[in-house]
Design a protein around this ligand. Structure first.
Ligand code: EAX
Length: 323
């Protein structure tokens, strides 16, 4: 009898110790390299969560699409097979249609305007739209102002885009807009892009300088034009049920960790934008800097008319005119 009591006592002690020191591990991933504006986002997030929860939560970080592309990862978070992801909002409209309005070309004047909208009432209200779709959107991050690259010719004006085969994100607003510019569009997950450009399956793609540098696209693209045609938000997404199981204090810890991470993410984008043109010219790219963006907007007029019907001109103006 004594032995039985001893065994039960020991097993309870072990259980207690395990519980006391129990650590829950969660995965987060990105589609691009660790040495990037997105890598710094999830590395900072991981460090902040562990320190703010006293080590009770460990965030395992994965890079370069090793757990899948952005759309696939967002789907895994929605299903709960992956706890977290940090993604551009490219594929988001497939899960949260309300977010589509953010992807309209030339909607945002610049990064400062976009950050103000996302951190303000419009963006914060948009985050709540993710709840009913199985996500807790922890915070808006930043991918950056998207620019066009290709291997065929310099893009100085919209007519130079006609007939160009460009990879696009899996985003219906982008596809409609780029078709409106005469581009032949090929939606594709980012991890496939470098090879597609290398093999000439597509002539070009469009991405922020941060992504172009992180993915070394200068090795497979000759021409870069600073079109700044779309502001590309990023976002910290967590499986909603997993978030809801956290204590109130741990929920706060995850939210604050995301905020600190976004500060580092945006600072890295600013750094990349400051040095990106010189860096990519140094790598042999031909860079067109001063484009007349009004010409691109004018060419998009018919598509814009459609967008105003779809999203409501008032809703678009609310964002466009936000100060
Ligand atoms: O988030 O798919 C894209 O072009 C994204 O900008 C890239 O995955 C970084």
């Amino acid at each position: 009898m004594k032995l039985r009591k001893l065994v039960i006592g020991l097993s309870l002690a072990v259980g207690f110790v395990a519980t006391a020191g129990a650590q829950t591990t969660m995965k987060i991933n990105i589609a691009i390299a660790q040495n990037s504006h997105q890598g710094i986002a999830i590395d900072t997030f991981a460090k902040e969560v562990e320190s703010r929860t006293g080590g009770r939560y460990k965030i395992e970080t994965f890079y370069s699409g090793s757990l899948g592309g952005e759309r696939e990862s967002i789907e895994s978070v929605q299903l709960g097979t992956q706890a977290l992801t940090f993604s551009s909002t490219g594929p988001v409209p497939n899960f949260v249609p309300d977010a589509k309005i953010l992807d309209i070309p030339f909607l945002f004047r610049d990064k400062a305007h976009a950050r103000a909208v996302l951190d303000g009432p419009i963006g914060q209200e948009m985050l709540t739209k993710f709840d009913s779709k199985g996500f807790k959107a922890l915070a808006w991050g930043e991918n950056g102002m998207r620019n066009m690259t290709n291997s065929k010719r310099a893009i100085n004006a919209p007519e130079d885009l006609k007939g160009l085969k460009m990879r696009t994100m899996e985003n219906p607003v982008h596809v409609a807009a780029y078709k409106g510019l005469g581009i032949v569009t090929t939606p594709m997950a980012f991890p496939e892009v470098f090879t597609a450009l290398q093999q000439g399956t597509v002539d070009g793609q469009e991405n922020p300088l941060s992504v172009i540098m992180a993915a070394k696209l200068d090795q497979v693209q000759k021409h870069l034009s600073l079109t700044g045609h779309v502001y590309s938000p990023a976002i910290f997404l967590m499986n909603k049920a997993t978030f809801d199981k956290l204590s109130a204090a741990d929920k706060q810890a995850f939210l604050e960790a995301a905020k600190v991470a976004v500060k580092a993410n945006r600072a890295r984008v600013d750094e990349d934008d400051a040095k990106g043109v010189a860096y990519l010219r140094g790598k042999g790219m031909n860079v067109v800097e001063n484009l007349d963006k009004a010409k691109f907007v004018a060419t998009l007029a018919p598509v814009y008319a459609e967008f105003e019907k779809q999203f409501g001109k008032a809703n678009m103006d609310k964002i466009r005119n936000y100060k």
